[in-house]
Design a protein around this ligand. Structure first.
Ligand code: ZN
Length: 211
């Protein structure tokens, strides 16, 4: 069971991923985590990735996909995985399909967390993080104090309304077409209403996978 988590920035994928992973008893593979782990472990692909990053370049898809392929072939992924942030463009979807085929597997479903742009702007604008421990908060103004360590809460630059709109434009141009790519290639795309409480959205996602 290989499931691709999909949605606009701010749709709540990152919140849902660990909850769904726990409910399904499978791990989440997130591109950023796997990349950092490969670099820490000093694997050949990790070193290759680090060389790009040290030069200030983006790590190319071929290297990322190699790292994901390695992770998919590990015992922890034998029963299935949730892929978070792995597929953001059509070339990445094609690359992942190739990697899965090489392993004798396939993407079984795409969970699309659906939410409209204005809700995202509203949601992210109400999000702050602690300057010290990076804990996320919702509904506390910048300048408030972190409950854990008293650190100052700040709004991430990425979460400013203008930055969000730019990310949404990039999403529409590069990422949204991936959904149709999956539909055209016969992969089930489950559309999940991502507006509501965290528990409700988790329940909808699990219901869609079972149903
Ligand atoms: Zn803190």
């Amino acid at each position: 069971m290989i499931i691709v988590l999909f949605g606009k920035p701010g749709a709540g994928k990152g919140t849902q991923a660990p909850l769904l992973a726990a409910a399904l008893g499978v791990p989440t593979l997130a591109t950023g985590d796997e990349l950092r782990a490969a670099i820490r472990a000093g694997t050949p692909l990790g070193l290759e990735a680090k060389a790009f990053m040290d030069r200030g370049d983006l790590v190319p898809d071929s290297v990322i996909l190699g790292i994901i392929k390695h992770a998919l072939s590990e015992p922890r992924a034998a029963n299935g995985v949730l892929l978070d942030g792995v597929v953001r463009t059509i070339p990445q979807a094609e690359g992942l399909a190739r990697v899965c085929a090489e392993l004798g597997r396939q993407v079984d479903a795409v969970l699309f967390f659906d939410i409209d742009d204005e809700e995202i702007v509203r949601r992210l604008a109400s999000r702050t993080v602690c300057e010290i421990c990076q804990s996320p908060y919702t509904g506390l103004e910048p300048g408030s104090a972190c409950e854990k360590d008293g650190g100052r809460l700040v709004r991430r630059k990425d979460d400013e309304p203008e930055a969000i709109r730019n990310r949404l434009v990039v999403y529409e141009r590069q990422t949204a077409p991936v959904l149709n790519w999956y539909r055209e290639h016969g992969t089930r795309v489950a559309v999940i209403d991502a507006v509501g409480s965290v528990q409700d959205v988790t329940a909808r996602a699990l219901g869609a996978l079972v149903g």
